[in-house]
Design a protein around this ligand. Structure first.
Ligand code: C5P
Length: 404
């Protein structure tokens, strides 16, 4: 038995120079036991031939939506169903745009619209195309639609430019396929939602209320959960950190957006809510910048934000089996954490002292206490990565039913 034994992959090859690497990807996937069937777009056929894809996959390669033989034989709807995973590699800017917009004007985009299978894309394009706001928007839309993404990598590009846009290497794509189809590790098969970072609450279109959270702890948890085999959705407020690899990251600004994104990401097995969500927002944040007026100060009235942790922990349906909250306190850390556990209805509170002397906010390390209904466990001072790894192991043991 190999990792992908018996798994069927539909590989959509887009029209970019990275298409030549997709031929190697076919081999890598087959080495792992998967069967691979290919669709080549018109563009892809400028770089590689259907014959090469068929020779390497050992199966007929599909290119045309209106091919009479293909439609009589398998048909595009059957193509969209007869697999365990659709991989799009290279996913060009154009293919991503079509997917995000729901276009269906040739075989590849039609199959991608018709499929209900999980989809993994490996974007590849010029760095400026990758960084263009249109591609950013399309990527966000695709991630919100549940599409998984691997890469792109940074490095030299075909046009002698350097930057993000190189397709992930075939081995990296094969590893991402394994994570999706044959996850291993203590959280294999689990969906984990992590919230991270601060929220920004607008005062007007240019000003906002924020806090000092860096998102480091939450992002480290998302990465550790993914490495433990979980499918992870990270809902992140504005942070200065890269999206963790292998994790579906949804970017939000305000607490209300964060709650909406969490609700869209449900159902999940585990929720780990590490975001420093603003408790209040400005009640009537206007569409225009507040003007400075001589002798008067603006009066900001505040409204309470939804408590995301409490809301999700109290859901009558769809509540993750294990809900973990954080408590950043500057005094009476344990006592406040106990109260929070009861008030928010979660199963575990990770409490830490964030008084300025500790340097936790924005810093690299953390001293935490795990507070549950049955007791308290205090960990030594660890790096945020170590806290994340230990927390994920602890959560894995709790959900797996064995004592950590
Ligand atoms: O009440 P406090 O902000 O200290 O609670 C912290 C915990 O509650 C964290 O897990 C945080 O992510 C979560 N929280 C939330 N929504 C809020 C406020 C806090 O999810 N509006």
């Amino acid at each position: 038995m190999t990792a992908l034994s018996g798994k069927r992959i539909l590989l959509v090859i887009g029209g970019g120079i990275a298409a030549y690497k997709s031929l190697d990807l076919i081999r890598r996937l087959r080495e792992r036991g998967a069967s691979v069937r290919c669709i080549l777009t018109q563009g892809a056929q400028h770089f590689i031939t259907p014959m090469a894809a068929s020779a390497l996959s050992g199966q007929r390669t599909h290119t045309d939506l209106f091919d009479r033989e293909d439609e009589a034989d398998i048909g595009h709807i059957k193509l969209a169903r007869d697999a365990d995973l659709v991989v799009v590699a290279p996913a060009t800017a154009n293919l991503m745009a079509k997917m995000a917009g729901g276009h269906a004007d040739e075989l590849a985009s039609t199959v991608l619209l018709a499929t209900t299978l999980p989809i993994l894309i490996a974007p590849a394009m010029n760095v400026r195309m990758w960084l263009h706001p249109a591609t950013r928007r399309n990527l966000t839309t695709l991630q919100e639609d549940g599409v998984h993404v691997v890469g792109p990598n940074e490095g030299a590009m075909a046009e002698a430019e350097v930057g993000p846009g190189r397709m992930a290497e075939p081995l990296e794509i094969a590893a991402a396929v394994e994570r999706l189809l044959a996850p291993s590790g203590p959280l294999a098969g689990k969906h984990v939602i992590v919230t991270s970072g601060p929220t920004h609450e607008p005062i007007d279109p240019v000003r906002y209320i924020a806090n000092r959270s860096s998102g480091r702890q939450g992002h480290a948890i998302a990465k550790a959960a993914s490495e433990a085999g979980a499918r992870v959705t990270l809902i992140s407020g504005p942070v200065d950190l890269p999206d963790p690899r292998g994790v579906t990251t949804v970017h939000v600004e305000s607490a209300r957006e964060m709650l909406e994104a969490v609700e869209r990401a449900l159902p999940a097995d585990i929720g780990i809510f590490a975001a420093a969500v603003a408790d209040w927002r400005v009640a009537d944040a206007g569409g225009q910048k507040i003007k400075k007026k001589e002798g008067t100060l603006p009066n900001l009235s505040l409204a309470e934000n939804p408590d995301i942790l409490a809301t999700v922990s109290h859901l009558p349906q769809n509540r993750p089996a294990l809900m973990v909250g954080f408590a950043a306190e500057t005094e009476n850390v344990i006592e406040h954490a106990r109260q929070k556990l009861a008030k928010k209805g979660c199963d575990l509170i990770v409490a830490n002292d964030v008084s300025p002397a500790t340097g936790v906010m924005g810093g690299e390390s953390n001293t935490v206490h795990l507070v549950t209904r049955s007791g308290i466990e205090t960990w030594p001072t660890l790096s945020k990565t170590e806290v994340a790894e230990r927390l994920v192991a602890h959560v894995g043991a709790l959900i797996g039913g064995t004592e950590p």
